[in-house]
Design a protein around this ligand. Structure first.
Ligand code: ARG
Length: 571
């Protein structure tokens, strides 16, 4: 597809002494249509030219030649040079491209030859999968899909929290009271219960704590009884996690969690020892990070055991060797900002390739707050994610029951699942990830708000149009002049920017850019739909409008799919 920004940069580079890529990067899309399709700001040139930006803009504009380009006109307004495209060129480009690529529209090759690891979800065994884990799961999956679409060799890793001293306690608790619980149903709830009990006992009785410590040591040494119990806890927890993953249609390429690295931490310590930077402090072994203005990174506790951070360092070493990655993204809540800063700093001492070391990146995100406390369980403020998802599905089921009682039960179930889950996903990905999010049923399920259901509803609307006319015209039957009016052209322009939007998501690791785009596309199509009769006596007009509907249908579906939102066929 023609790259108009690049074309404009080529035109500008002939009149400005500036790097073409730099020019291309500064080209903006004006908010107001009257300002053209693209604008180049001249503020930054003021110094070199020694003139006011608006004078520079005017001067440059006069020098620009438009022969043999796709630009209809160039103007200048204030400090900007504004470019307006030949509408029919853009229309032809985007229509042909989507027609050819269909579900692959948006797929690109810019990532070819590069490997990106996306580490996400990473819940803790025998502990609840909480709403924060839901957010990493959804942000991570979206990023994973997007990098894949851009042609990167993408690997999704669930770094399970399946190791640590707490397992010594779990084992002891289970040994004492395991027979009181049926772990097959709601295992995590039961295991949490056992954990609370044994913790209380440890506080009362120091000797029990010693036994627990001993259990963990045995686990580290591969003792059969302890290992089997650990496996049991892990399997049961995973089974429960997978009920959530299945609902969300999520899978991972690797489930190598903390336990996987437990036998790989010795090497980390050896390497760090050799650097001479591993020092003793109160019995523990640490890397001092005072120079970086951070607390020290503990690598080895005073009793000799390693910790969370040590296993993360071992993971970096392992991943470098196994994947030779260009980037390794950690989608983890901002509470762990310091942890990642520390381990990335220590990673510089591991002697790994520079590209890997520079490729480590913490993709942090904000917390989720509830509007109402109603969803909390008796343990306090822990929301069960599975219950939340089921509630979303049930709520939508009720709405659909009222709106479309004529649908079959099967159809209602399908819609309820896609729309309920879609609403939760959209809500999690709607705002910039670093912001805290508010969870409010009334907002997320509003079919007319800026929501997942609104995107799905618009998609269904395009479907109904296509069903009503019962055909999609051939490309040859589409006379472009019939979709160059203001409303239709706005839709075309948005469709054109879809591939670029996906690239922007990757550049900032910000799925909300795509969420916002889809809302924009849905809204813009809706105004086109409201302003124009699509089904009319005039066949040419109908063909063109139906075709625009068909293209919108495709792009809404492609984009939503990347976020994990699936489209119902009816609603
Ligand atoms: N299991 C951790 C938690 O639930 C998140 C793990 C993040 N990933 C990592 N490599 N440290 O808080």
């Amino acid at each position: 597809m023609k790259d108009f920004k690049e074309q404009i940069a080529s035109i500008l580079v002939q009149v400005i002494n500036m790097d073409k890529e730099e020019i291309e990067k500064s080209i903006e899309v004006p908010k107001d249509e009257k300002m053209g399709d693209y604008a180049f700001p001249c503020f930054r040139l003021a110094k070199t030219f020694g003139k006011a930006p608006n004078l520079i803009a005017e001067e440059l504009k006069n020098k620009i030649e438009l022969q043999n380009t796709d630009i209809e006109k160039v103007e200048n307004q204030g400090a900007y040079i504004n470019f307006t495209l030949k509408k029919e060129v853009l229309a032809k480009e985007v229509i042909e491209e989507i027609t050819n690529k269909k579900e692959n529209y948006g797929k690109q090759e810019i990532g070819k030859g590069q490997t990106i690891l996306v580490e996400y979800s990473s819940p803790n065994i025998a502990k609840p999968f909480h709403i924060g884990h839901l957010r990493t799961t959804l942000i991570g999956r979206a990023l994973y899909n997007i990098y894949k679409t851009l042609g990167y060799n993408t690997i999704g890793i669930n770094h399970l929290g399946d190791y640590g001293t707490q397992f010594g306690k779990m084992i002891e608790g289970y040994k004492r009271w395991g027979n009181e619980y049926n772990l097959e149903e709601n295992p995590i709830e039961k295991l949490t219960d056992i954990y609370v009990r044994i913790n209380a006992l440890c506080k009362e009785d120091e000797s029990v704590l010693d036994v627990c410590r001993d259990n963990f040591k045995k686990l580290e040494e591969g003792d059969e009884y302890c290992t089997n119990l650990w496996k049991k806890f892990r399997d049961l927890s995973l089974k429960e996690f997978y009920r959530i993953y299945d609902l969300l249609d999520i899978s991972f390429d690797s489930l190598n969690g903390e336990a996987f690295y437990s036998d790989k931490t010795d090497e980390v310590i050896e390497i760090l020892e050799k650097t001479g930077k591993l020092v003793e402090s109160e019995g523990a072994r640490i890397i001092d990070l005072e120079e970086q203005k951070m607390p020290p990174c503990i690598v080895c506790k005073s009793n000799g055991s390693t910790i969370y951070a040590t296993r993360d360092l071992a993971a970096i070493l392992y991943r470098t060797r196994t994947y030779d990655f260009d980037k390794c993204l950690y989608v983890v809540a901002y509470e762990q900002n310091l942890h990642f800063k520390q381990i990335f700093e220590v990673a510089k001492l591991l002697g790994i390739k520079e590209k890997c070391q520079k490729g480590l990146e913490h993709i942090s995100y904000g917390m989720v707050h509830l509007k109402s406390g109603k969803m909390s369980t008796r343990e306090g403020n822990v929301i069960k994610v599975e219950e939340l998802l089921q509630e979303a599905i049930e709520r939508v089921r009720k709405i659909i029951e009222e709106k479309n009682p004529e649908l079959t039960e099967e159809e209602k179930d399908d819609i309820a699942k896609k729309v309920g889950i879609g609403a939760v996903i959209y809500n999690d990905l709607a705002g910039s990830r670093i912001k805290d999010e508010i969870f409010d049923w009334d907002i997320i399920l509003n079919f007319n708000g800026e929501t997942g259901p609104y995107i799905q509803y618009t998609y269904v609307r395009t479907n109904s149009v296509l069903k009503k006319v019962q055909y999609v015209p051939e490309l040859l039957e589409v006379k472009l002049e019939n979709i160059l009016d203001e409303e239709a052209y706005k839709v075309l322009k948005l469709l054109y920017t879809y591939p670029e939007t996906i690239r922007n998501v990757a550049e900032k690791n910000e799925p909300s850019i795509l969420s916002r785009y889809l809302i924009e596309l849905a809204k813009t199509y809706s105004s086109f739909y409201n302003e124009n009769k699509i089904i009319t006596e005039e066949k040419d007009i109908q063909n063109a409008r139906v075709y625009l509907t068909y293209l919108t249908n495709q792009v809404l579906k492609n984009g939503a799919h990347l976020l994990g939102i699936e489209m119902p066929e009816k609603m």
